[in-house]
Unconditional design. Structure first.
Ligand code: NI
Length: 168
C-alpha cells in the first residue's frame, strides 16, 4: 500500500476519459488500496482513479466523517441510472486545491456498478453521498467541478487559479 501523488489541474490526465475495468487483477486491487489510503491521507471524502494518474473507471468514497451512516464505498465502472430533484451546495476537489464553488447537482440518484469482488451493486444515494458520487463519476469523464459553473465564473476562477500556480 502506498499514498500516491494527487494530480492537480491543469494536468492532462484529469481531462482524459477513463476506461472500464474488465479484468480485476492484483494491480486493480493495489490501485484501489492506494486510492483509499491516498484519500484518507489527503482528508478527502472521495477520489477517482485519474486523480492518481490511472485513467480507469474506479472511485472510492467515504463521507462518514462529514455525514453519518455511509461506510467506505468502492465503485468500479459506476453509472448513474436514475436521478431526481436538484440541490445547490459548495464543493471542492483535491485536484483543484484551495477553491470552493457552489455547484448544482441531482439530489437523489441511483448508481450502479461493481464492488471490489466484481459483484454488481446498486445504491440509492442522497445528501452529500449523492453529490460526491456525481463529482467522482465526472472525474472518470474528464469533467472537473468548475466546468459546471457559468462561463464568467469559470473564466474568473481559471485566471485566478493559474495565476496562483505561477507564483509558487
Ligand atoms: Ni474531485
Amino acid at each position: 500500500m502506498a499514498v500516491r501523488e494527487i494530480k492537480k489541474f491543469p494536468d492532462e490526465v484529469l481531462r482524459q476519459k477513463s476506461i472500464p475495468i474488465e479484468d480485476y487483477t492484483s494491480e486493480t486491487d493495489s490501485l484501489i488500496q492506494d486510492m483509499i489510503e491516498t484519500m484518507y491521507c489527503a482528508s478527502g471524502i472521495g477520489l477517482a482513479a485519474p486523480q492518481v494518474a490511472e485513467p480507469m473507471r474506479i472511485i472510492v468514497i467515504d463521507t462518514s466523517w462529514k455525514e453519518d451512516g455511509n461506510p467506505l464505498l468502492v465503485l468500479i465502472n459506476p453509472e448513474i441510472i436514475e436521478g431526481s430533484g436538484y440541490t445547490d451546495s459548495e464543493e471542492g476537489c483535491l485536484s483543484v486545491p484551495q477553491y470552493l464553488a457552489t455547484v448544482k447537482r441531482t439530489a437523489n440518484i441511483l448508481v450502479r456498478g461493481y464492488d471490489r469482488n466484481m459483484k454488481p451493486i446498486e445504491i440509492q444515494c442522497d445528501g452529500l453521498l449523492a453529490r460526491v458520487v456525481q463529482h467522482e463519476i465526472d472525474h472518470l469523464n474528464g469533467i472537473l467541478f468548475f466546468d459546471h459553473l457559468s462561463l464568467i465564473k469559470r473564466e474568473f476562477f481559471k485566471k485566478r487559479y493559474l495565476k496562483s500556480l505561477s507564483k509558487q
